[in-house]
Design a protein around this ligand. Structure first.
Ligand SMILES: [Zn+2]
Length: 218
């Protein structure tokens, strides 16, 4: 598809973050996000453009504090090693360069991918910096929880943060929670982008305004 991941790509210092696109958060799962699976084809289109692609996963012990049996707000979900904790089967794994797991201890919940670690024990911020990443594009589930927390933490960690608006979906415990979360992320400094804008900016399709892809100083 003409994707350019080389040194002239506008995305050469960017990472795609796929937040929690797990079976339990998709239709049929124990904590399904409405239309959660509809982010998958969008993510699969974007992933080839990025030199770094990180998938985060909720990865909870069976007695996790966020589960209702322990007084938490949620039904059991994404229990370590379960089918529900696996990425949705349609997520194209071939471009994923790292997996980050979070919420792995019984007594601590973690919405943000930046609270997780990879199999080598590196935090998300550490592994991004080791790969020279300066900006992140956040996708996945759910807009009003883990996407929100990941984007806000990314800003705190000093990354330029984009949220891909057609590659996220919200839980919407209260109607409009997803839109409020997007506004909060924008107000905090994140850029809201559509996948079409990103694809065209990377030379896949028509060009768009160059300002969003201005080169950052070395
Ligand atoms: Zn969880």
């Amino acid at each position: 598809m003409g994707a350019n991941r080389g040194e002239n790509s506008p995305l050469r210092e960017a990472a795609l973050i796929i937040v929690d696109v797990q079976n339990d958060f998709c239709p049929g799962g124990s904590l399904a996000v409405p239309e959660g699976d509809q982010v998958v084809p969008v993510i699969n289109k974007l992933a080839p453009l990025f030199p770094v692609v990180v998938a985060t996963q909720d990865w909870h012990p069976a007695n996790h504090c966020s589960f209702q049996a322990q007084g938490g707000p949620w039904p059991p979900h994404c229990v370590q090693g379960s089918t529900g904790a696996q990425l949705h089967p349609a997520v194209d794994r071939q471009h994923i360069t790292a997996y980050v797991k979070k919420g792995v201890l019984p007594n601590k919940d973690a919405y943000s991918g930046f609270e997780g670690t990879d199999e080598a024990g590196r935090t998300l911020a550490e592994l991004l910096r080791q790969r020279g990443v300066k900006e992140i594009y956040v996708t996945g589930l759910a807009t009003d929880y883990c996407v929100r927390a990941t984007a806000l933490d990314g800003l705190k960690e000093g990354f330029k943060v984009h949220v891909v608006t057609d590659a996220v979906r919200g839980v919407n415990v209260k109607p409009g929670d997803d839109q409020r979360a997007l506004e909060e992320m924008r107000a905090a400094g994140a850029f809201l982008k559509t996948s079409a804008e990103i694809l065209s900016g990377a030379g896949v399709g028509e060009a768009v305004g160059a300002s969003a892809y201005a080169e950052s100083p070395q």
